[in-house]
Design a protein. Structure first.
Lengths: 111, 114
């Protein structure tokens, strides 16, 4: 059964800093890797996703995937107080559309 | 597009009572998912439907939980004989089929069992 783990559990960074969030998964056949962001009391919303090894950048956000290491990450450049939220990584395996989520990293950006 | 709609937003039940939660997915989305979110366990998969058919219910506690999708615009999650450990936010999500795979979540139904 797929295991997805995130680190760190929580993080406090100053405004303008680079933030790095990590996610490891157990099933090497996994096909879809995504990050979701959830502000307090709100629905999780998709941030970015990636299917193949490498990097993908969208604005201040970069996702990096290394399937051989069973690891992907999210990097936030120039972190803003509005980035403060719970960040969830999600992995989808083969054969169905079931997504397994990590427990989340709670990020606080201090102005 | 109103997004995924979940009702009720908050529900309080007594131990042993039944709770039914409703979800209206985004029109045109063929896959509907139910998750449960708690601080301790995080976001746990419960079940999902594709084109109204149940595909995977491996996360459902078998004895008291059931989910249905009687039509493409409506899914329900029913919990019989609720217990305090069922207290959680129940999230419904929908997605288009295909590799893009992005989930669109509703705001959730917060269930409190006293």
């Amino acid at each position: 059964q797929q295991k997805v783990q995130q680190s760190p559990e929580s993080l406090i960074v100053p405004e303008g800093a680079m933030t790095s969030l990590n996610c490891t998964f157990s099933d090497s056949a996994s096909q879809y890797f995504a990050w979701y962001r959830q502000h307090s009391g709100k629905a999780p919303k998709a941030l970015m996703s990636i299917f193949s090894n490498g990097e993908k950048e969208e604005g201040r956000f970069t996702i990096h995937l290394n399937k051989a290491s069973l690891h992907f990450s999210l990097h936030i450049r120039d972190s803003q107080p509005s980035d403060s939220a719970l960040y969830l990584c999600a992995v989808r395996g083969t054969g169905n559309y079931k997504y397994v989520f990590g427990a989340g990293t709670r990020l606080k950006v201090i102005a | 597009n109103a997004g995924v709609i979940q009702t009720p937003r908050h529900k309080v039940t007594g131990k042993g009572q039944e709770a039914t939660l409703w979800c209206e997915p985004i029109s045109g989305h063929s896959a509907v998912f139910w998750y449960r979110q708690t601080i301790v366990q995080g976001l746990e998969f419960l079940t999902y439907f594709r084109n109204q058919a149940p595909i995977d219910d491996s996360g459902m506690p078998k004895e008291r939980f059931s989910a249905q999708m009687p039509n493409q615009s409506h899914s329900t999650l029913k919990i019989q004989s609720t217990q305090p450990q069922d207290s959680a936010v129940y999230l419904c999500a929908s997605s288009l089929e295909g590799n893009t795979g992005q989930l669109y979540f509703g705001e959730g139904s917060k269930l409190t069992v006293l």
